[in-house]
Design a protein around this ligand. Structure first.
Ligand code: FAD
Ligand code: NAP
Ligand code: SF4
Length: 683
């Protein structure tokens, strides 16, 4: 069912005509098809942070987004995500929202408040659920809601929606998916009740339908009610397709305006938004529902560039596209797409490192590729009144960020890079299957170098004398791999990760990896992989993770069927415990599961006894073993590369260290880019 082509204005061909067609909801019109999806930032929880929240949303509204949804607000205390988390229950709480809604409306966008009751996912002891069943990802066991408690909760939703209207919102989004309370009522796996709120599918969906109906009653006809509907549960015994269709119809009949797509529960063991998930992997699921309802549908998950969004709409799979993280990464995404300048977009690489990982660690969200996200009032790239000559040495993420921010502010910047390309280690990261998105960051930096007028000198290792005369010198020379000293470390079988990832060494069929940090995991993924990357091939990816969008089984799950590994790999670390425990909060499990699918042997508490012609002798849990490997790849961390630093001390100009050249321990691109951008904002 392709969408009709929207009319074009003037003579210029519209670059993304479906994306920029207004959406008429009858009582209001949304200026385009871009929905900024709900994402908790950590700025919602305290009144004192509301000015920052308003600035964050204002920048996205000014950037052209059509409709914004806030992070989740609980309708009552039981529904808090964590103690004292965001909530909307009283008139004085509604009043503070006016600064947010005014800021958004001033730029012509619309904004809805998300109502989210965490149910058994609530991380506090007051939690409630349809039944007394603990979630596998939460230490707290919920109390079962009484029938009166159910009624009170529905009333709390309606009250919060009414208060949202008073606070200036154009509508609400009712969070009915991702395994939160409403979803818990819908699913037989979490709802074991035998009153009118449990049992048959009709009874289980009554809670959701009543909430929508009562919100419509409380807020009137000219108020957006978006309902986030769990369309592919990705949990055992999840909803079957006919239950999902019946729910969608009932929600439409109850008065919803728009249905948004929810994919997976938080307890699902299938990744749904991280980097390895193919772009727009789940748009088919939304498309499948479209013939069954007549209200607008929103497609979600891993939509990050305008061509992807436009194709979904042009193919008639959905009426709007939702993006949350891509608008953290680039607040002006929409405006750049409208101008036909996709190359200018700072693309979300779906790493989760600064957004979701922060939220799960109870710190304010930001963005790896845009450290200004959620810090709009604090990290300002103001034009300089006193332009300087600045030399930046090293064009990895740190050097690139420093050079381009300084040049944007008006400084004259020369960027020296020893190799023949920008990007530093990010070039290696982009070679890992599942990290193809990292190339987008390098594309963006190339664009920024041109746009800001940075003078780039590739294949240049400046001598100290070359750097004489600059007002400021920034050393962003990165890291050197750490040397290891176990017996046999100089055997020809022992190679470094740089040689392997750069293709200078092609390891044999059996490989041991020394060091199970982020790079050890990535090198293992690189070595077991052969053929096309599943991240670029949705059908292959679904097969690897056991996703069945045709819904042969409820929940859309089938047993995973990964391709066999290209090599037998042992991933080793000396410290005791499970390798990978220090990987990203929301992505570590994906890295571990990927390697498990490929039958990688992962061991902690390993002693390296020696490498010889017959293999790698190690002691694992007290037992000496000979691993019959062809190669041992060392991924044992890094040391700062400061070889230039001392030589520059006599030049008389301030010398700054950023990124890996400053501190190599626990370095990642998030820290490198943020530190370098903050320095450039001060120079
Ligand atoms: P580098 O990236 O090391 O860049 C330093 C640059 O300086 C290089 O281009 C080098 O050629 C140049 N240089 C050095 N000396 C000189 C000189 N004398 N003159 C001129 N130029 C010089 N981080 C994440 O956050 N998330 C990830 O998922 C992730 N995955 C990774 C996967 C792999 C396989 C690898 C190798 C790294 C990964 N990283 C990841 C780490 C991330 O790439 C680094 O933290 C980041 O690149 C550090 O940036 P930097 O600018 O400090 O140093
Ligand atoms: P790392 O995380 O510090 O891991 C180094 C590994 O080497 C550890 O497993 C360590 O474990 C081992 N090791 C340290 N010294 C050793 C020695 N002398 N001999 C033998 N083994 C030694 O470093 P990395 O893996 O190189 O990663 C660098 C940075 O890049 C990380 O901080 C990470 O944040 C970032 N990165 C992130 C991602 C991501 O997906 N977010 C991916 C790749 C890289 P033991 O001491 O227990 O042996
Ligand atoms: Fe996207 Fe990573 Fe930024 Fe999050 S931190 S918005 S996932 S690029």
């Amino acid at each position: 069912m392709p969408s009709p082509m929207p009319a074009r204005t003037g003579n210029a061909p519209a670059p993304y005509p479906h994306l920029f067609a207004p959406l008429d909801l009858g009582f209001t019109t949304i200026r385009n098809r871009v929905l900024m999806g709900s994402m908790h930032t950590g700025l919602e929880d305290r009144a004192r942070d509301f000015p920052k929240l308003a600035a964050y949303f204002a920048e996205r509204a000014e950037g052209g987004v059509g409709l914004i949804v806030t992070g989740g607000f609980a309708p009552n205390i039981e529904g808090w995500l964590k103690p004292f988390a965001s909530r909307l229950g009283w008139p004085w709480e509604a009043r503070r929202h006016q600064q947010v809604t005014d800021a958004v409306h001033a730029h012509g966008a619309r904004i809805c408040l998300q109502l989210l009751h965490a149910g058994r996912y609530a991380f506090h002891p007051l939690l409630v659920a349809p039944s007394r069943l603990k979630a596998p990802i939460n230490p707290f066991t919920p109390r079962e809601l009484s029938a009166r408690g159910v009624e009170r909760t529905i009333a709390a939703f309606a009250n919060a929606a009414r208060l949202a209207r008073e606070g200036g919102y154009d509508g609400v989004e009712v969070m009915g998916s991702e395994g939160y309370l409403i979803n818990q009522f819908l699913s037989a796996r979490t709802n074991r009740r035998n009153d009118r709120w449990g049992g048959s599918p009709e009874n289980r969906m009554r809670f959701a339908v009543e909430i929508v109906r009562r919100i419509r009653e409380a807020c009137g006809p000219d108020f957006i009610i978006m309902y986030r509907l769990s369309m592919l549960e990705l949990v055992p015994d999840g909803l079957a397709w006919d239950e999902i269709v019946a729910q969608a119809k009932a929600i439409e009949a109850a008065g919803a305006t728009i249905i948004n797509t929810g994919i997976g529960w938080h307890e699902s063991r299938v990744p749904t938004i991280a980097t390895p998930v193919p772009r727009a992997a789940f748009a088919e699921v939304t498309a499948r529902l479209r013939p069954h309802v007549s209200l607008p549908l929103v497609a979600t998950n891993r939509i990050n560039m305008p061509d992807v969004a436009e194709r979904i709409l042009a193919d008639g799979k959905a009426d709007m596209v939702s993006m949350a993280r891509p608008l953290l990464a680039d607040p002006h995404w929409v405006r750049k797409a409208a101008a036909g300048r996709p190359e200018a977009i700072n693309t979300c690489i779906a790493c989760n490192q600064a957004c979701l990982d922060h939220v799960f660690n109870n710190t304010r969200a930001s963005c790896l590729v845009n450290p200004r996200a959620c810090h709009e009032t604090e990290l300002v790239y103001a034009p300089t009144a006193a332009p300087k000559r600045i030399a930046v040495v090293g064009a990895g993420p740190a050097g690139l960020a420093c050079a381009t921010v300084a040049a944007e502010r008006g400084h004259r910047v020369t960027l020296f890079e020893a190799s023949d390309a920008i990007g530093g280690q990010f070039n290696l990261a982009a070679r890992i299957p599942g990290k193809e998105e990292f190339r987008e960051t390098l594309r963006w930096f190339r664009h920024r170098i041109e746009e800001t007028g940075v003078e780039l000198r590739l294949s240049t290792t400046p001598e100290p004398d070359t750097l004489r005369g600059y007002d400021e010198i920034v050393l962003a020379t990165g890291v050197l791999p750490r040397k290891v000293d176990f017996p046999g470390h100089d055997h020809p079988k022992v190679v470094g990760y740089l040689d392997v990832l750069a293709g200078r060494v092609v390891p044999g069929r059996r490989v041991a990896i020394v060091g199970a940090g982020g790079i050890g995991f990535d090198v293992a993924a690189f070595l077991v992989h052969d053929g096309p990357s599943p991240s670029l091939d949705p059908a292959l990816w679904m097969r690897e993770w056991g996703v069945d969008p045709a819904f042969a089984a409820p929940g859309g799950l089938v047993p995973p069927d990964p391709l066999p590994p290209a090599r037998e790999v042992w991933l080793l670390q000396r410290s005791p415990g499970r390798p990978g425990a220090r990987l990203g909060r929301t992505t570590g499990w994906i890295h571990r599961a990927t390697l498990k699918h490929k039958r990688v042997h992962m061991h902690g508490g390993v002693e390296y006894l020696g490498v010889g012609d017959d293999g790698f002798r190690v002691r694992i849990e007290g037992e000496v073993r000979l691993l019959p490997v062809d190669h041992v790849v060392v991924c044992a961390g890094q040391e700062p590369d400061r070889r230039l630093f001392d030589a520059l001390q006599g030049l008389g100009s301030p010398v700054h260290l950023v990124g890996g050249a400053d501190v190599a321990a626990e370095l990642d691109a998030k820290r490198a880019i943020a530190q370098a951008s903050r320095l450039a904002a001060r120079l």
